[in-house]
Design a protein around this ligand. Structure first.
Ligand SMILES: C[S@@+](CC[C@H](N)C(=O)[O-])C[C@H]1O[C@@H](n2cnc3c(N)ncnc32)[C@H](O)[C@@H]1O
Length: 456
């Protein structure tokens, strides 16, 4: 029932925001997602896609702006695929995120939305990221660029001089690397042909210790200027604790290498969260917003309400940040994680912090949980922090038969959280409370922590 044609220009009233941050307008029941549209906007928009059930449109002119529309401070806003909501007042971003969590829980999970607490925002609206990944490419004129993908384009990189989501230090390092690449005319990887050297620049920062790490990802191991670059960076920025090179010779455009070479300094930087010190290497997973990670971990501790004698399972334990915090307040914690590298980091982190009541088990949650059950190992409390897809359908019955007293679910996707909460309710749990929190201002990402208790 597509009533509109591609190229048509329409006047639309934007009513809502969809999960990914697109404005939602309706015309005689036909839903149109308006790129950059905000609730309360009246816009002239051009239809760029007309499907039978919905369409997509881009704004030609804002006729009447939403009361929540603000000037986006970033000069790349709209073109850069990074932040999509910088033009939405922060208080309105928070309202939108909280509403998304409520709506999902009610619609998908069938639970009382009153269980959802008001969202916790962050005072740090910019410079909050401790890790950024930039792509190194060539623009149409053949000039080397170091930047981020253009909105909706996997093949076009916007040269970013300054990204507001990272610190001034990381921006200065970014500028220095770009200058070096251009001055020395370094070879740049071509994603189409697979030829060329430089692929990604990953910058990390240990916010609490003020240390930085530079990781240059290349398509081949031979990088003759590597040591010169590393020395120049460390001379200009004494905060750089280490410079590494990761080699990714495979086609997949990921900033993770099959081999790593230390170019200068050390391979890891330190970050302190929840009173624990974590060694973070170039490829380690670590929460990207240090300040809000502190807040998230405190919530998890509050919701687990550990008294000391409990055995806890930490599902999807990553590099063990939550596992180690739980271990300080319980008898024993089992961390379950599929990635062997993450487990290695977790083991090192446990050792470095003198924590010995943890065991990390490698495998998929849906397999490891029944194994532990068969061995007679039970948990009083389970914490789960799954990826966006949520719990595996087979992990739910395994969790149900394990029957922990409490489940604390850390979610980065309200719709899978709602689905899983609904399934856990069917298996004898009650949802007590959900606390949304904002870890990524100006992006549509939503984090929430839910606490469920066994009904009998
Ligand atoms: C959101 S991260 C958890 C981070 C962790 N809580 C931390 O703070 O370091 C999700 C983790 O789940 C792991 N993972 C993904 N699928 C899995 C599965 N089926 N079984 C076990 N772990 C899995 C990923 O490797 C990743 O480390």
């Amino acid at each position: 029932m597509a009533k509109h044609r591609k190229g048509e220009i329409l006047t639309l009233e934007v009513e809502d925001l969809a999960y990914g941050g697109e404005g939602v307008a309706r015309l005689d029941g036909y839903v149109i997602f308006v790129h950059g549209g905000l609730p309360g906007d009246r816009v002239q928009a051009r239809i760029v896609q007309a499907r039978p059930n919905f369409g997509r449109a881009t704004i030609e002119a804002v006729e009447r702006p939403s009361l929540d529309r603000v000037e986006a401070p970033c000069p790349y806003f709209g073109r850069c695929g990074g932040c999509r909501l910088q033009h939405f007042a922060y208080a309105a971003q928070l309202r939108f995120k909280e509403k998304q969590v409520r709506d999902c829980l009610e619609r998908i999970g069938g639970v009382d939305p009153a269980r959802v607490r008001p969202i916790v925002g962050t005072p740090e609206l910019y410079s909050y990221r401790n890790k950024m990944e930039f792509t190194i490419a060539r623009d149409a004129d053949g000039q080397a660029v170091v930047g981020l993908h253009e909105t909706g384009r996997y093949d076009a990189i916007l040269d970013i001089e300054r990204c507001l989501l990272q610190s001034d230090l990381l921006n200065a390092i970014l500028a220095e690397v770009r200058a070096f690449v251009r001055e020395r005319g370094l070879s740049v990887y071509d994603q189409e042909t697979g030829e060329g050297l430089l692929r990604f620049l990953m910058l990390r920062e240990g916010k609490t210790k003020g240390e930085a790490m530079v990781n240059v990802v290349t398509g081949a191991a031979t990088f003759p200027e590597a040591h010169e670059l590393a020395t120049r960076l460390r001379q200009r920025f004494p905060q750089i604790a280490g410079v590494v090179q990761n080699v990714n010779a495979q086609k997949a455009a990921v900033a993770v290498g099959q081999e790593e070479h230390l170019l200068a300094g050390r391979e890891t930087i330190q970050e302190v969260v929840g009173g624990l010190t974590f060694q973070i290497s170039a490829n380690s997973f670590f929460q990207t917003n240090t300040r809000q990670a502190e807040c998230l971990f405190q919530l998890v501790l509050e919701f687990t309400d550990l008294k000391g004698p409990e055995t806890v399972f930490d599902l999807y334990s990553g590099t063990g940040a939550i596992t180690l915090l739980l271990a300080q307040r319980s008898r024993a914690v089992y961390g379950i994680e599929v990635s062997g590298e993450a487990i290695q980091d977790a083991v090192k982190n446990a050792r470095a912090n003198g924590i010995d009541n943890v065991r990390f088990l490698q495998g998929e949650v849906r397999h490891v949980l029944p194994d532990l059950h068969r061995k007679g190992i039970r948990a009083h409390v389970v914490v789960a922090d799954p990826p966006r897809a949520g719990l595996h359908p087979k992990a739910i019955p395994a969790l149900g038969s394990l029957g922990p007293q409490r489940i604390v679910y850390v979610s980065c996707n309200p719709s899978t959280l709602a689905r899983d909460v609904g399934l856990l309710i069917e298996r004898g749990y009650a949802l007590e409370v959900v606390q949304p929190l904002d870890m990524f201002p100006h992006t549509p990402h939503i984090e929430a922590v839910a606490r469920l208790t066994r009904r009998n």
